[in-house]
Ligand binder design. Sequence first.
Ligand SMILES: [Zn+2]
Ligand SMILES: [Zn+2]
Ligand SMILES: [Zn+2]
Length: 155
Amino acid sequence: MTTINKIERILKKVEHDCLQSGLRLTKKRRNVLQILLQEQEPLSAYDIVERYKITMAESLSAMSVYRMLDFLLAAGLVHKLETTNQYLACSHIICEHQHQIPQFLICDQCHKVEEVGLCKQLLDELKASIENTGFSLLSQQLELHGLCAHCKKQE
Ligand SMILES: [Zn+2]
Ligand SMILES: [Zn+2]
Ligand SMILES: [Zn+2]
């Protein structure tokens, strides 16, 4: 969904921010982020190995892709969908506003994922009523499956 110009801008900002905060954005880490930015769909680590081979003409092991993803996850540049074990670039990298815990709307037909920020009060209430049952919530990341507006229209 991201245009080439926008991807360039995002990568420039990431390079700048990493330099400022002393994070080591290696060329390979940057390339993995670029691949995720270019995709419309979330990718598994193995998908990334494939894309990397095609677009960067270099073979990486899945192990090293996982390590690069760990770096990008820790830096908040990439998110992981726990329900599908896939990764996607954060859609708020160049935003100035504060990033909340991301929630994801996943289209089961075209596999497009929308990153949304649900209101904090709603999440706190959800957390409270879940914990009332005695269950401890380890993550507040919601992954909701359904049909996107586009696919719903095609129905
Ligand atoms: Zn995000
Ligand atoms: Zn934003
Ligand atoms: Zn869809």
